[in-house]
Design a protein around this ligand. Structure first.
Ligand SMILES: C[S@@+](CC[C@H](N)C(=O)[O-])C[C@H]1O[C@@H](n2cnc3c(N)ncnc32)[C@H](O)[C@@H]1O
Length: 297
């Protein structure tokens, strides 16, 4: 398979929930203090590589928390998503010319951004790892294979870069109220998440455990914290819409995984959709920060 594609609309829909989830994890990770320890001296920019950057949600959240001057290399295989950056950063549409560097700044930070279209499955080795202080990715790790993750960890740790991987799914779907089929559906959906997304057999909910093991073996200090989506369909219209989208997506993936269960899954989807406006859903994610040996923080 050539690679997974995600719509700009989907990335926009999830961004506020990603952002709240990351805020909660960041407090437990003491992320801001630990990231600031990465900043190079004398006002030099912190150099960041953002893998599978989409429309820039990772930078929008991270740049203000990292603070100071920054230079980002933002990589994705999807040119349509990369073209959305100026609009999503509130910049003039003229900046959309592909390959043109962008600037994004706010109180306490100034980021220069270079966007690069690249298939990360095949061209990982060509990135400037040795120039990076921080390698980051948001909502990527569960899509990749163990083989690819080993390659990534090898190049990033050889460069002694810090790593921040956020919003990797861990398989937890906690519905309130519950439905008798929830566990079986989660099992089918979890199995579907192991399908190849262009990087080989995907790690799915096993991504964080695999990543932690590889980084600890490389001598890194690894910190992790839950970054769950909390979707209250009763009080939040955006959460209600996201819940409905998830119910549809989960039912479709589970049906693909087990066509024989199609009728039961159709019924599950109907029951869940009818309940969304009174349902609370927690979707399990984990954020992971890894610091190279010898780095304070
Ligand atoms: C779930 S989205 C996350 C996007 C962004 N990091 C965010 O948090 O909004 C996954 C991203 O991986 C990118 N992607 C998938 N396969 C890829 C590949 N082989 N090479 C580069 N990017 C890829 C998609 O285009 C998409 O932008």
């Amino acid at each position: 398979m050539s690679g997974a594609h995600f719509s700009a609309a989907w990335l926009r829909q999830r961004e506020p929930f990603d952002s709240s989830a990351r805020d909660a994890a960041a407090r437990r990770l003491q992320l801001q203090a630990r990231l600031r320890a990465l900043r190079p001296p004398h006002g030099s920019p912190t150099r960041v590589i953002d893998l599978a950057c989409g429309t820039g949600a990772n930078l929008r959240w991270l740049a203000p928390r990292l603070g100071g001057p920054q230079q980002w290399l933002a990589v994705d295989h999807d040119a349509a998503l990369l073209r959305r950056w100026p609009e999503r950063l509130g910049l003039a549409p003229g900046a959309a010319a592909f390959g043109a560097p962008l600037r994004f700044s706010g109180p306490g930070f100034q980021a220069g951004i270079v966007r690069q279209q690249m298939n990360l499955a095949s061209r990982l080795d060509s990135l400037p790892w040795h120039a990076a202080h921080l390698v980051t990715a948001s909502a990527l790790l569960d899509l990749v294979s163990l083989d690819w993750l080993q390659r990534l960890v090898a190049v990033a740790t050889a460069a002694r870069a810090a790593l921040l991987f956020t919003l990797s799914v861990d398989g937890r779907h906690i519905w309130s109220p519950a439905d008798p089929l929830d566990t079986a559906v989660a099992g089918l959906f979890g199995a579907h998440q192991h399908r190849d997304k262009g990087f080989g057999p995907a790690l799915g909910a096993g991504a964080i455990t695999a990543c932690r093991t590889l980084l600890q073996a490389a001598g890194y200090r690894v910190f992790s914290a839950a970054s769950d989506w909390r979707l209250d369909g009763e009080t939040d219209a955006r959460a209600l819409a996201l819940q409905r989208a998830l119910v549809d997506g989960i039912a479709a993936a589970a049906t693909e995984q087990s066509p024989a269960s199609a009728a039961a899954l159709r019924a599950w989807r109907q029951r869940r959709r009818a309940l969304c406006h009174t349902t609370r859903l927690r979707v399990g994610h984990v954020d992971l920060l890894a610091l190279p040996p010898g780095l304070a923080g």
